[in-house]
Design a binder for this molecule. Structure first.
Ligand code: ATP
Length: 364
């Protein structure tokens, strides 16, 4: 089912938790609401669930405005952080509960409970009570209960937060596969970018109640619209340096106290032209910087520290007043204090206005 959010606002007293939010979620799409703590993700989800009422704007499921429709009549499945299993019911009874409410025949209920319990690896726990299983297992039971009734819309709030890291990775894949198999429109709240990037078709990035952008994970990663998104998405995060934009005849240079880089024409054309002398923020991801030899556009620096990460190494290099993080191959031999030359992949740089932080990119 398609979900449209039109200009919704939610205030608590005079505090605006969600500010004129607009989102169009396609039928069957898996969408993440991503942002730091307190940015309004859960408030948005609770409005979709019908637990909070928006102060302004409309929520539309299919072609029906649901603002005044009660939670129980919205045909949604929910799994929230505090998963709230019924303590006096066994796992099987918990999962079966939504089907019992619908008065499905007993043998069909049993079949559906078994199937979903298998998918979520809780089939061996069916006769236990919630107090007799771990937090992670409770979370999986809550997910199974939300999905068993095959709702039109699934709302998930940090459903993997209580799982250990290995289980989290396997559940990421399970939920993604299940969501696609069932084709249920899903809205998923998380502050974990890896979860959002790896699982979702599209991500709505929020900050302080305001939508920053709504795009595919690849688009957000490749073409962040502003400094907030650029710094939030990516691990290790993007490096930023303040530079001065200088036009000399046909050349465009990015100057910093300790270096200057000439932008090739092909790169220049992707960005809005600025006044010579303007301050900009140059962004570059750790994987788009190479450590190499002296040469054109090479920037001189000194290794601050090397962090071996197993698969590769994270090399911290001091350049003037900046410290860049660079991903180097696992066999990189540099050491603390070594003088090095770094090369930025100029096709992969990002330029942002220093005031307001908007991206200056006009073409991919
Ligand atoms: P987290 O990742 O920490 O759960 P979030 O992005 O889900 O954060 P929300 O729970 O939506 O954030 O809260 C958004 C803002 O609204 C926060 O500043 C929060 O303190 C405030 N807020 C949320 N619920 C209430 C409430 N019932 N009364 C007053 N303020 C609230």
């Amino acid at each position: 089912m398609e979900v449209k959010i039109r200009n919704i606002t939610k205030k608590f007293g005079s505090f605006v938790a969600v500010d004129k939010l607009n989102l169009n979620i396609q039928d069957g799409e898996f969408v993440a609401l991503l942002g730091p703590s307190g940015c309004g993700k859960t408030t948005t989800l609770l409005m979709l669930a019908g637990i909070y009422k928006p102060d302004a704007g409309e929520i539309i499921f299919g072609d029906k405005v649901v603002n005044d429709i009660l939670t129980k009549d919205r045909n949604i499945g929910m799994c929230f952080q505090n998963y709230a299993l019924y303590p006096h019911m066994t796992v099987a009874q918990n999962i079966a509960f939504p089907l019992k409410l619908r008065k499905l025949p007993r043998d069909l209920i049993e079949k559906k409970v078994k199937e979903i319990a298998n998918k979520f690896h809780v089939d061996v726990l069916l006769n236990r009570f919630p107090s007799e299983i771990s937090g992670g297992q409770q979370q999986r039971v809550a997910l199974a209960r939300a999905l068993v009734k095959e709702p039109k819309i699934l709302l998930l709030d940090e459903p993997l937060s209580n799982l250990d890291s290995r289980l989290r990775i396997s559940m990421r894949a399970e939920i993604k596969k299940l969501q696609k198999d069932l084709g249920i429109t899903t809205v998923f709240v998380t502050h974990d970018q890896t979860e959002a990037l790896s699982m979702c078709d599209k991500i709505a990035v929020m900050n302080k109640g305001v939508l920053q952008d709504f795009k595919t994970p690849e688009e957000l990663y490749m073409f962040p619209e502003n400094l907030f998104i650029a710094g939030f998405i990516g691990n290790p995060p993007m490096n930023f340096m303040e530079v001065i934009y200088v036009r000399e005849n046909d050349k465009v240079l990015l100057k910093e106290k300790s270096f200057q880089i000439q932008l090739p024409d092909s790169v220049q054309q992707k960005y809005i032209k600025k006044q010579s002398g303007d301050k900009l923020i140059l962004g570059i991801r750790p994987e788009n910087i190479m450590l190499g030899n002296e040469g054109q556009n090479a920037v001189k620096g000194e290794i601050y520290v090397v962090e071996p990460l197993g698969r590769d190494k994270l090399v911290n290099v001091i350049i003037g007043s900046n410290r860049l993080k660079i991903i180097a191959p696992q066999n990189y031999k540099g050491n603390m204090g070594d003088k090095v030359f770094v090369h930025l992949d100029l096709d992969k740089i990002h330029l942002f206005d220093s005031v307001g932080g908007k991206s200056l990119r006009i073409a991919a």
